[in-house]
Each structure stands twice: as C-alpha cells, then as structure tokens.
Design a protein around this ligand. Structure first.
Ligand code: ADP
Ligand code: MG
Length: 729
C-alpha cells in the first residue's frame, strides 16, 4: 500500500465533527449581515445616492460620477464595520468558477499621505488583464485589456475581509468575455417579449422577471483520501477504480441520516450562506453514497446565479475546514449516480403573477396556457441549442447514462394537463368558433387549477418537467454555470414569444378578434409542438426508439452538440435577440471546444501517467511474488503434484502479463493519438479528434486496471479504492 493510502486510512479513524454554533439562535438576526442590501443602503447612503442606485436597479438609469463616489464611500464605510481591508470586482469568466483580484483600500492623498479610499471610479469600472482568461480569440483581434463593470442589480457582499462587487467582464471592443453579460441581455429580452404578450391580456403588467431555483448536487470525500488520488485532484473524477461490493443498491444512503461530520459542514455552509443573503433551505442525502444536495429558495435569475457561483466557492472553502474535498464533477465515480444541477425556472409578472401557475379564473388561465404552450414550442424548436448549453466533458458521462436524463430533450406535463391540451387542439377550428365551443373551452380552461391540484404525478426521468408552477431543467451538470442554460432558455423563450405575438397580431390585422386569434395560434402551436411531449420513462430504450421516430435529436457526441450553438435556429435566437453578436458567438463556441479538449487531454495524461507509474509496477511486483511462489512450489513438490497446485497461479501470472502488456500498448497508442490531435490547428477539429480518437482509450485502459485491482494483493494496491472513498465517515 502506498504511504499516502495507508496514512489516509489511518487518519480517517481519528476524524471527528467540528462543533458549529450560529451567531445567534434567530436566523433573522444575521441573515444578510454581509450584503449591502436596501437596509444597509438606507443606513449608509445619503438620500440622493440611494435614489440614484435604485433608479439604476429598477429602471436601468445611468449613475453619475458624483453619485458613484457617494455610493462607493457608503459601501466602504459599511464594509469597514465588518473589518474589511480589500475590495474586488467579482466576475464569472468562461472557466469554471469565478475570478477576483483583490486591491486594498490604500491610496496616497494629494499630500502624499496614505489614506483609505474607495472611489466611484473604482466601483464602476476596472481593467483586469483579459489575456489570462478564455476568450476564444476575441482579445487577439485587438487588445489584451478587458473591463469589468459593476452590475448594480446584484448587491455587493463581504467574504472574509474583502468587499466583493459583482461585475460583468467585457473586452476592450465591448464583446462579452463572461456569463453574466449575455445572461443580463437574455433576461432583458425575455422581459420585453413576455411583457408584450402579457399586455394582450392585462395592461397593468409592465415587466416580467425570470426566476431560478437551482439544486446543487455534490460529493464529499475525505481530504486525505482525495489527496491520495491524483486523478481526483487533477481531473475531478476517478479515472479508475473497481466498483465497491456495496454501493447504492440498497438505496440506504438517500433515506439514511446524514453523518455528523457532514452535518457540521452543512451547518456551517448554511450559516455562511445566510450571512450572504443566500436563502439556503433544503439539505439532504442524494442517491449515491457520500452524495448530497443543497437547494435555496428561488430568486431572480441573475441573483440566483451569482449565489450559485458564490455557494460553490463557499463549499470548497468550508469543506476544507471540515477535512473534506467537495466534488462538483458530474460523474466522479463510475457505477454510482452522477451529480446534476436542476434549474427550476419560472416567469413572474410585475403584478406578482407566476405565469407558469394557473390562476383562479378562465382569463388568468388563458395567460397561463399561453405561456405553457409557448414553452412547449420553445423547447421543441430549440432542442439542439438547449442540448448545446449543457454539453461538457463532465456532463457527457451523465446524459444518456442510465440514471440521468437522456441526451434527448422532451417535456413532461402530467397526464391531466396533457389531456387538456389535446382537447383544446381538437376543439378550436380554423373557422370561427361556435358559442358552444367557446363555452366548453372556457369551462375546460377554468378547470385547470383543480386539475393541477390533484395532479401530483411527478416524472423524475424527464429532462424538462413541468412541476406545477415552474419548469425544471434537469439535464444541466453539477459543475456548470447555470447561466449557460439560463441564457439559452430565456433567449429562446423571448424569441418564441415574439413569434407568437407576431402571429396573433397578423390575424388581428386580418380582422380576427383577439381571443379567437390567440386560440387559433395556441391550437397550431400545441399541434406543432406535440412531438416534444413525453409522459413515459425517459431512461428507457423504447423512448430512444420512439424519439427517433418523432424526429427528436439524440446527440451524445460533445463537440457535435456544441456545434449547434451556431446552427440557423440558434443564430436566430442568440443573434436575433441580440444576446451575442457574430464574433461573440463564434468565440464562445471556440472556448467551449478548447475547454472540452483540455479536459479530455488532462484526463488522458493523468490516466497514462498513473497507469505506467503506479499500476504497472505494482502489478509486475505482485506477479514476481507469484513467480517466486511458483518456483518454491516446484522445488518442494513432485512434478505431478506441482502441476495441480500451480495451475491457478500460472493462470494469474498469464492474466496479469496480458493486462500489463495491453495497458502499455493502449497508453502508447493513446499518446500517439494525442500527438496527432494536438497538431490540428482548429479548435473544432481538435475537439472532434479528442472525442473520437483519444477519449475511447480512457475506458479501455480503465477496464484492464479495474480488473488488476481485483487480482493484485490489496496490501500493495497504491490508490484508495472506491469502498474507501465512498464510505468514509
Ligand atoms: P425537488 O427536489 O422536489 O425538485 P426541491 O425543493 O429540492 O424540490 O427544489 C425545488 C427548487 O425549486 C427550489 O430551489 C425552489 O425554490 C424552486 N422553486 C419553487 N418554486 C419555484 C418557482 N416558481 N420558480 C422557480 N423556482 C422555484
Ligand atoms: Mg428538483
């Protein structure tokens, strides 16, 4: 056994849970204490500055330099009350995670004395070097400089001794280099389009907000065991490891109690979340051993996404304190469930109406129905773009694997609602409706809320499920930035609603009454989007066949899925709705290809090294022990008896030889395939080569190693095994 494995296992027995006590017994005493929210703004800002910032938040008005200085000064005073010494522009580059560069409040005054200052200029804009972040060639065209600019809609917060200011990140030319910029544009687009549609029903509706409630799944692994697994440290997942004799087959983890050390971690995490105004609510075990979930109460999408990024950061840090490593990889262990990040999404009006929840009367239900039907069409038309938005090296192990949503997009509505739509499609003709038809329809629509109340069926296998008052996009990966999916969903919804509105307007111009026009288009849309509705088992083989018959896409090839970012429909949505310009879209695709290539490249290198440096030598030394044993047997026993006694060991020696040779050959061939791929010039070609020529070796090599793990003496096996990684306390 390697020293690290031995040490890690020995240390494990000493681990105890930390004692965690909240700052106060009353959550409301410290909730949001580290956020510069309305309450703190009222306390620390002069009236005119408060008005300026609220006008900026609510109406998008610019903030003057003078006001910015006042706001910065107030922010600094508040931050200093929490012993803050530094500030940072906090942003979300196209890597995994967030970026920050800390600066002290220190400055020289006019008389050359050191003073503490934080000016409006520094609050509003800064210039980090863009060249160290992925940019898909945008910066090469011009300048290495990038700008971060304050996002007033997400409040500043304090972590440790640093004041963090949420910002967007753009290039010198103004092109987006981050997730937040296009997200804000998509949210503005859906706001505009949805408000226009709402106005057909209710003139009081002046804005529509997008909401997001994410559910973050993750694994915890003891830190020492994690450190003894170079594959986990470097690639985020185990590249080898025979499955444990016991894993999730008893389903005892899901319902089991949470281990004390994990509870302590969760408690501290929740306290830190609450201080930061993140409404963490649910915590529980997940299906796989050592797998857990955290979910907050939903918030507006921009803030919710910032909070998710922040939480992922917090988790990494707090986990270390509790001697855990947190794994966000979508599939850290083969053979047990992977981790996703469900995106619960809804649209809500300025009048407080959730557009995905049926109302109390036929009129409000028409609004509900309109939005519901447009979601169906949005997903149907944009399956490939949605698929692209969740494509990544990590998530490819989940999508299509048996426990996760398939790589086919479909929507689950529940049998009652589905039936309702079919009825509507039957009732409304292209000619004028008879009064009886109208009454039946109104009655039907009026019944929706009751239907939904009884309609408790939940389908956990659907990638895009209607869950009563929201849609749950389940295919997103646990390590992803929610913005990737949220940009696409909201932009595509804006695009769909605009088309819907244009069709209704056209009929009205032709003299068709408003209600009738809406019904007709809804009917058409229900019929046209029918193939996307599926109520059955999304994980089944039959569904794959059925989906193919319906002409739905099923793309498991990652670069191929990514290619759809730039197909005609995606361009209509992303460029047509002004979320990206042409060069931003192309560069984003390039970044995705590059990320994919690098991830597979790292996995391939790590596996190659481990196979040759860790596994092969151990296998050979065990083989030598067997050979010694055979020589001893031969010396002592008469030839005939020796033959019977040694047969199994000889087989084992042969088997180990065969596997060692196979591993060496495969690693060699994989390295050659990498060399060829690395020579390719275009990001796209390279990504395809890594997917098709390099990646298949990972599983082939792993298979031999996992067999060796069962054959070689446990005492000398160098790496912590699955049973150790998954079942530690
Ligand atoms: P489940 O595991 O059954 O899907 P959870 O309670 O774990 O449910 O998570 C549900 C998530 O959906 C939470 O984040 C919750 O805040 C969110 N949610 C509830 N209602 C809405 C809504 N109208 N819009 C967006 N998200 C919502
Ligand atoms: Mg859920």
């Amino acid at each position: 056994m390697s020293k690290m494995r031995f040490f890690a296992l020995q240390e494990l027995t000493n681990r105890t849970a930390l004692e965690i006590t909240p700052p106060s017994n009353k959550l409301s005493d410290y909730y949001g204490s580290h956020v510069f929210d309305q309450k703190k703004m009222q306390e620390y800002l002069p009236k005119e500055a408060l008005k300026a910032i609220n006008d900026a938040i609510e109406r998008g008005l610019p903030i003057s330099r003078e006001m910015a200085d006042l706001i910065a000064n107030g922010m600094k005073s508040w931050a200093k009350s929490l012993n803050v010494t530094h500030y940072t522009h906090w942003f979300q580059p196209l890597t995994d995670g967030t970026a920050e560069k800390h600066d002290g409040f220190i400055e020289f005054s006019d008389t050359n004395e050191v003073i503490e200052r934080f000016s409006g200029k520094l609050l509003i804009q800064q210039e980090p070097d863009a060249s160290s972040f992925p940019n898909g060639g945008i910066r090469n065209t011009f300048e290495a400089r990038g700008y971060t600019a304050w996002d007033v809609s997400s409040p500043a917060f304090v972590v440790d001794t640093t004041l963090c200011i949420p910002t967007i990140f753009i290039s010198y030319t103004g092109d987006a280099l981050d997730y937040k910029t296009p997200l804000l544009k998509a949210l503005a687009a859906v706001d505009k389009a949805a408000t226009d549609v709402c106005q057909l029903f209710d003139k009081n509706i002046t804005r529509v907000y997008s909401n997001l409630g994410w559910e973050q799944e993750y694994f915890l692994v003891d830190l020492d065991l994690y450190n003894a697994r170079p594959d986990l440290c470097l690639s985020g997942r185990t590249l080898m490891g025979h499955s444990s004799a016991k894993d999730q087959q008893l389903e005892d983890h899901y319902f089991g109690s949470i281990p004390p050390r994990v509870t302590a971690f969760m408690k501290e995490l929740e306290i830190e979340c609450h201080k930061l105004g993140i409404p963490a609510k649910t915590r529980h075990n997940e299906v796989a051993p050592n797998q857990f979930e955290l979910a907050p109460i939903f918030e507006n999408t921009n803030l919710a996404n910032d909070h998710n990024q922040l939480v992922m950061d917090l988790m990494k840090r707090i986990a270390r304190k509790h001697h855990f490593a947190v794994l966000f990889h979508e599939k850290p262990f083969s053979g047990v469930n992977g981790s996703g990040k469900h995106n619960n999404w809804s649209l809500c009006t300025s009048t407080g109406v959730n557009l995905f929840a049926p109302g109390k009367n036929p009129k409000s239900n028409m609004l509900f129905l309109t939005f519901l039907v447009n979601v169906l069409m949005m997903v149907y038309k944009n399956q490939n773009l949605l698929r692209a938005s969740i494509a990544s090296a990590g998530n490819s192990h989940r999508l299509g694997a048996n426990e996760a949503p398939p790589s086919i997009l479909s929507i689950f509505l529940g049998s009652h609602l589905s039936y309702m739509l079919d009825e509507i499609a039957k009732q409304v003709g292209n000619t004028k409706m008879t009064p009886e038809e109208k009454t039946t329809l109104k009655l039907g629509i009026g019944r929706i809320p009751e239907i939904l109340l009884d309609n408790t069926d939940r389908n956990r296998t659907s990638p895009f499920a209607f869950t009563g008052n929201r849609f749950e996009f389940r295919a997103a990966g646990s390590s992803s930035n929610c913005a990737a999916a949220m940009i696409v969903i909201n932009a595509a919804m804006a695009n769909q609603l605009n088309e819907f509105k244009a069709s209704v307007d056209k009929l009205m111009e032709e003299g068709v009454g408003k209600d009738e026009a809406i019904f007709r288009i809804l009917k058409e849309t229900i019929i046209a989007s029918e193939p996307i509705r599926f109520e059955g088992d999304g994980y089944s083989e039959e569904w794959k066949e059925e989906a193919a018959r319906r002409g739905l896409s099923n793309i498991s090839h990652v670069p191929e899925a990514l290619m759809h970012y730039t197909d005609a429909q995606s361009r209509a949505v992303l460029i047509g709705e002004h979320i990206f310009n042409e060069s931003e879209l192309v560069s984003r695709l390039e970044v995705e290809f590059e990320k994919y290539t690098k991830k597979v490249q790292i996995e391939s290198r790590v596996l190659g090294d481990l196979a040759i440096n860790h596994i092969v030598p151990i296998a050979v030394s065990y083989q030598n022990r067997l050979l010694e044993n055979l020589r001893g047997l031969k010396e002592i026993f008469p030839a005939e008896e020796y033959e019977t006694l040694s047969a199994d060991r000889k087989d084992l020696v042969r088997e180990i030889s065969r596997r060692v040779t196979a591993i060496k050959t495969l690693v060699h061939d994989m390295t050659e395939a990498r060399k060829v791929a690395n020579q390719l010039e275009h990001h796209q070609e390279k990504a395809y080569a890594y997917e098709e020529q390099v990646r298949p070796y990972l599983d082939m090599i792993r298979d031999h190693i996992d067999h060796l793990e069962m054959e070689v003496d446990d005492e000398i096996w160098p790496l912590p095994k699955y049973r150790e990684l998954l079942f530690n306390k």
